[in-house]
Write a new protein. Structure first.
Length: 97
């Protein structure tokens, strides 16, 4: 999977999330293979969503701050999409991940 758009979301046969990481980029994240009601499944989804945000060199403090913000925004958007689709998931594991 390459890019995903948060406001696009589920395909008929595949469970996908569209999240908008940094700079208006859109990425699609598959989650049809995960049990999102379990902490493990929610954590794996969080990792997939986080991966949509390009990790900067840790020496660039402004970039690290933007990266953290990107991950937070992407997770929030993913949660909103899941809620709007009525998908049951362990949000505490998703947020904490």
């Amino acid at each position: 999977m390459t890019k995903f758009a948060i406001n696009a979301a589920l395909a008929a046969s595949l469970s996908l999330l569209a999240v908008a990481p940094a700079a208006a980029q859109e990425v699609t994240v598959a989650y049809g293979d995960l049990d999102l009601a379990s902490p493990t499944g929610a954590k794996i989804l969080a990792q997939r969503v986080d991966a949509a945000c390009e990790r900067p060199d840790i020496r660039e403090l402004k970039s690290v701050s933007a990266w953290q913000q990107c991950k937070g925004t992407a997770r929030t958007t993913a949660m909103e999409q899941l809620n709007s689709k009525g998908v049951a998931f362990d949000s505490s594991a998703f947020i904490a991940g």
